[in-house]
Design a protein around this ligand. Structure first.
Ligand code: CA2
Length: 150
């Protein structure tokens, strides 16, 4: 069975506890359940992680590439807008990365409109709430030629 990594950046452990007007009421545990249910439709195993540390996220990207993962669904959170190191890790990894944001980053502060990840991601989506994770997994499966189970 192929594996995808679902990686979540800083502060996403707080999902569902603050700023519900921006991020909704779902928790990260809800996101994990949604990812596992979506991936199961494509017979994909999920390695689901959250970290508040840039280096740990980079280590996970390296690990996914080293382990031959089928792809990464990645919400880099605040590092989206700051991290050249994240950009470099993805560029070096050579596995498909789908960038996901819960909120519509283009409808918020101007500093959120720039992403260091987008140029090295195979696709990016934002503004669908946590459904964006399910859409990203479905799109990744199509991209790598894995059909839904009948
Ligand atoms: O919309 C997204 O998914 C973001 O990646 C979330 C990041 C933000 O820096 C990006 O611009 C867009 C912030 C994640 C923090 O998540 C929280 C969730 C609930 C309460 C507080 C923070």
């Amino acid at each position: 069975m192929a594996t995808i990594y679902v990686l979540n950046g800083p502060n996403l452990n707080l999902l569902g506890t603050r700023e519900p007007e921006i991020y909704g009421h779902a928790t990260l545990a809800d996101v994990e359940r949604l990812c596992r249910a979506t991936a199961a439709r494509f017979d994909l195993a999920v390695e689901f992680r959250q970290s508040n540390h840039e280096g740990e996220l980079i280590d996970s990207i390296h690990e996914a590439a080293r382990n031959g993962a089928a792809g990464i669904v990645f919400n880099p959170a605040g590092y989206t807008h700051t991290s050249i190191a994240m950009h470099d890790a993805i560029a070096a990894g050579r596995i498909p990365v789908i960038e996901v944001h819960i909120s519509n980053v283009f409808a918020r502060e101007s500093f959120r409109a720039h992403s260091y990840v987008a140029p090295v991601a195979r696709a990016s989506l934002c503004g669908f709430g946590i459904d964006g994770y399910a859409l990203a997994i479905t799109g990744l499966a199509a991209m790598i030629g894995i059909a839904a189970k009948s």
